[in-house]
Design a protein around this ligand. Structure first.
Ligand SMILES: NC(=O)c1ccc[n+]([C@@H]2O[C@H](COP(=O)([O-])OP(=O)(O)OC[C@H]3O[C@@H](n4cnc5c(N)ncnc54)[C@H](OP(=O)(O)O)[C@@H]3O)[C@@H](O)[C@H]2O)c1
Length: 265
């Protein structure tokens, strides 16, 4: 079986200082090549150091970071991206994201112009938005000179985001999913426990394989070096029947903020 796990990204939310360095270093040694951070996580320096010390060539690693939610507009977006690059010790990003939609659509557009500048001037190889509603994504696609190439959103068995993902697929936008373990709730779910047992795998592996089968790029974070390893190396072939069993768990539960009630808007 093709090891699709190579597409999984390591997340760094809630990792501080030395933990960030250890986790990103272990992930890179294990084989992860996508590393996700954000200026608000306050760990870009440690992420950059782990990348530098890994000895892996820059072109082989995919790095994403995000514009702080309270900064917006053309000028601040460009400034903040340059600050992130400095903290990371990198000359370019692979993806630069808007972390949260600003207060108004006009602010979003002005911010997007900054993102377009950064892309056109080689500061990042791709630009994207996190936590955007379908309504604003659709508007942005119509008004942007350069369309978003990636969207990062909450996805897990209880929030399967089928309509959003389908829209992105139709518009050539790659979806990166976060919160795949629903802040740990998946490990308490009886159906998932029974399914994992029946298929001789773990709930974590079941979910990551499900996400890959959905055609999204899953991000996972762990403080445990052992989990970082098994999340990437455990293999599992997801059958269509099992995929459909997991589909039945979709009930719209959110464990992160709902972009429809975005506190920054
Ligand atoms: N764009 C955004 O707004 C946004 C929002 C949230 C997250 N993200 C990104 O997405 C990444 C992943 O999301 P996340 O950190 O919320 O959630 P997650 O990957 O779903 O992880 C939730 C928790 O599951 C535990 N875990 C990991 N592997 C496990 C395993 N094999 N077995 C049992 N437990 C396991 C981890 O705890 P331990 O550390 O104790 O192992 C972790 O804290 C973040 O780190 C961040 O980079 C982006």
């Amino acid at each position: 079986m093709k090891n699709q796990k190579k597409f999984i990204g390591i997340g760094t939310f809630l990792l501080e200082g030395a933990d960030t360095y250890t986790c990103v270093s272990s992930a890179l040694t294990t084989g992860y090549r996508l590393v996700d951070t954000a200026s608000v996580y306050e760990n870009e320096r440690e992420v950059g150091k782990a990348i530098e010390d890994s000895g892996i060539s820059r072109e082989s690693i995919f790095v994403s970071t995000k514009l702080f939610a309270k900064r917006k507009g053309y000028k601040e977006t460009i400034e903040e991206c340059k600050e992130s690059l400095k903290r990371l010790g990198l000359s370019y990003l692979d993806i630069y994201f808007i972390h949260w939609m600003p207060r108004t659509y006009e602010d979003l557009l002005d911010t997007w112009r900054g993102m377009e500048y950064l892309y056109e001037n080689g500061y990042c190889k791709a630009i994207g938005v996190c936590n955007i509603t379908l309504y604003y994504l659709d508007k942005l696609l119509k008004d942007a000179k350069i369309p978003p190439m990636f969207c990062q959103i909450e996805v897990h068995p209880f929030l399967q985001q089928e309509v959003f993902i389908e829209y992105c697929r139709a518009n050539h936008i790659e979806v990166i999913g976060y919160g795949l373990f629903a802040k740990g709730l998946v490990f308490e779910n009886e159906t998932l426990k029974v399914l994992a047992q029946k298929h001789h795998t773990t709930v974590a592996n079941l979910i990551l394989s499900w996400a890959l089968k959905k055609g999204i790029i899953p991000l996972v974070k762990s403080k445990s070096v052992n989990r970082i390893k098994t999340n990437f190396t455990d293999n599992f072939e997801m059958s269509a029947e099992l995929f459909s069993d997991i589909r039945n768990l979709n009930d719209g539960l959110r464990v992160y903020r709902d972009p429809e009630n975005n506190p920054y808007v």
